[in-house]
Every structure is written in structure tokens, then in C-alpha cells.
Design a protein around this ligand. Structure first.
Ligand code: ZN
Length: 348
């Protein structure tokens, strides 16, 4: 198998913050061409296939962009460093290395821009709409950093605002008014008491998180405020959908919100589960299996009917930090594990 570490080093030398992925896309397209078929460029995505819509195909997917902020690339022997070393040029290099090593099994590689921003700017979302047939596969692997573990599924996301209301008054005659900021107290208390579920799905435990992430309120130092807003994030386990997640928040808050106060949902996106049976061989060759704590494009792949898992080199806790460093051995390990899995079961 072609050395993915050399490819990762090459990709790390090409900066690709969100919105500036063209140079990296060109390099990836060039490297993929070494595997025979030339990739297609669709909606900013590089799509490589060694088949013509084979339903037994495996999809390997990864994003081209990184968060912003350049990091030094000097690293000790045996490591790769720089912006994207963890998230996710190592994983991208693994996918390209496998495709350009003549895999001999039906394989699709998709490298897409715009992952580190809002979903509306995602190249994968545009590809999903424009050419969904290019994504067709019986199983998929998203090469996000997982430290060589298979991470099943992903969590769903609800973002919401709690609007609390009151009545303005002069602070010297506060009893004439109703303080909206004070109404946040029972809201915070109810949310704090709401159960964080830890369901086991597909043999792994998902851990939910409900957090206030922002607060706004107040008019002036001499006014009792009539409005206050609490911003909320709910990362929910994928055994429930976004409607159920919203319903949990609504039920929890129903008894503390007064008339005129409300929960406004600004985003509600489903997570995904992964059937571990489809990925047995990969799990066996990986460092282990656990749930993905976070939303990833495994959900977008599920929306087009491709069951997928997260698997790639790099410690997910270092993603987006200023210490993006990955072990060369881990990059190679992930490539070997995927190569063996591709050739061991089902795909051929
Ligand atoms: Zn990523």
C-alpha cells in the first residue's frame, strides 16, 4: 500500500482553511489519478471511483478543509504536525493511499470542502443534492480523527433559545415590573435537573450533553428588564430523533415558562446509528470500538442511505487545538486496518 504518511505530509504543506480548499483539492485529485481512473470534480468535491455504481462499493469520505490558524509543521521523527494534522489530513491521506494502491475492490473516495462551517456550506451537502448516485455504497467510513478506534454513529444536535419575558419598570419601583432575567433561574434549574441519558445503542454507550451556551438580557442600569434569552445546546443520543429531543426540552420547560415565554428551536439535526455487524472486520482490526460523541458527516451519509462509521488517525481531543500532532505509525495503522478489512469481507 502506498505510504499515507508521505501523502499526509504533502497535504499538510498546503493550507486549506474553509473556503480555500482548491489547491488541496487539486493535489488530492492528482494523487488519486495515480490509481488509474481520474476523479470527477463536482461542487468542489473530488470524487474518485474504480467502478460504475457498483452496489457493493465501500465509500471512504473525508473533508479537505481545516479550521483557520496556521501551526508550525516541524515535528520530531515519527510525528506529523501542523493545522489539519489531526483533523483530518491524516485520514484524507489514508483514503487517497488506499485508492491509489489499486484496491481491486469497488471503492469510492470523496474529498469535500466546507465541513468546518455551517451545514449550508458543506460540499458534501451540495454533492448529496446534486449527484447523490455518486455516494451510493453499501457501507462507508468517514476518516475523521478517532485515534484508530471505530467510533459508531454520531450524536444529534438541537440548538435553541429560551425567551423569558417580563415587564419594564424603573429599578427604584421594581415591584411595578417583572424581571425577565430572574425568570432564567427556574429555567436553568430545570435544565440542570433534566436527565442526561446514556443509552447503549449498537453495543456502545452514548452520553448526552445539555448545556446553556449563551445568555443575553438587560437594558440599562436603572431599568427592570422585560426580556432575557438563554442559548442552549443539546447533543442527543441517536436512539431518538430531533423531534423527540426538542420534545424533551419542551416538556422540561413547560412548567417553568410563563405565558409569553417560549422555546425557539434554531437548529435540529438528526444523529445516526451504525450497525456494528456491517463493520465487524474493521472493529476487529482497530484499537477498539466506542460511540462518537459529537455530530459528524456520518449523519449526512445516513441521509443518503449509506451506513457509516468514523475511523481515522489522530486524537479527536487534539482536533481544532493548537497542538495538532499525529503519529506516523497511527496513520499507517489506519491504512493497514482499512486495507485488510476491504479485502477480508463482503466488498470483493
Ligand atoms: Zn473533521
Amino acid at each position: 500500500v502506498r505510504d499515507p504518511a508521505a501523502l499526509a505530509a504533502r497535504y499538510l504543506a498546503i493550507d486549506s482553511p474553509t473556503g480555500e480548499e482548491e489547491a488541496l483539492a487539486a493535489a488530492v485529485a492528482e494523487d488519486l489519478s495515480a490509481g488509474g481512473p481520474r476523479p470527477e470534480l463536482v461542487e468542489g468535491c473530488v470524487v474518485w471511483r474504480n467502478h460504475d455504481g457498483d452496489p457493493r462499493a465501500t465509500l471512504l469520505a473525508g473533508h479537505l478543509d481545516t479550521v483557520s490558524g496556521v501551526l508550525p509543521r516541524e515535528a520530531p521523527e515519527g510525528q506529523l504536525a501542523g493545522r489539519g494534522a489531526v483533523d483530518m489530513k491524516g485520514g484524507l491521506a489514508v483514503a487517497v493511499a488506499l485508492a491509489s494502491s489499486g484496491p481491486g475492490v469497488p471503492l469510492t473516495v470523496v474529498a469535500y470542502p466546507g465541513e468546518e462551517g455551517p451545514l449550508a456550506g458543506s460540499g458534501l451537502a451540495r454533492l448529496r443534492t446534486a449527484r447523490p448516485e455518486l455516494l451510493a455504497a453499501h457501507r462507508g467510513v468517514l476518516l475523521e480523527p478517532t485515534g484508530g478506534f471505530v467510533e459508531l454513529g454520531c450524536q444529534g444536535v438541537v440548538r435553541a433559545r429560551v425567551h423569558c419575558a417580563g415587564r419594564r419598570a424603573h429599578v427604584a419601583r421594581a415591584w411595578m415590573g417583572e424581571n425577565a432575567i430572574a425568570h432564567l433561574a427556574p429555567v436553568l434549574e430545570r435544565l440542570g435537573a433534566l436527565e442526561r441519558r446514556e443509552p447503549i445503542v449498537g453495543g456502545v454507550r452514548y452520553r448526552e450533553a445539555i448545556e446553556p451556551v449563551g445568555v443575553r438580557g438587560g437594558i440599562a442600569g436603572n431599568v427592570v428588564p422585560d426580556a432575557a434569552v438563554l442559548e442552549l445546546s443539546y447533543r442527543f443520543a441517536p436512539d431518538i430523533g430531533p423531534q423527540d429531543a426538542v420534545a424533551r426540552l419542551e416538556a422540561a420547560l413547560a412548567e417553568v415558562l410563563s405565558p409569553g415565554e417560549r422555546l425557539e428551536v434554531t437548529e435540529a439535526v438528526s444523529g445516526a446509528t451504525s450497525d456494528p455487524a456491517l463493520f465487524d472486520g474493521l472493529i476487529g482490526g482497530a484499537f477498539g470500538v466506542r460511540a462518537k460523541l459529537g455530530w459528524t458527516d456520518v449523519a449526512q451519509l445516513a441521509w443518503v442511505g449509506v451506513p457509516a462509521v468514523n475511523f481515522g488517525p489522530g486524537d479527536p481531543e487534539l482536533a481544532h487545538t493548537d497542538r495538532e500532532v499525529v503519529e506516523v505509525a497511527e496513520v499507517r495503522f489506519c491504512a493497514q486496518a482499512l486495507w485488510r478489512w476491504l479485502h477480508a469481507d463482503g466488498a470483493a
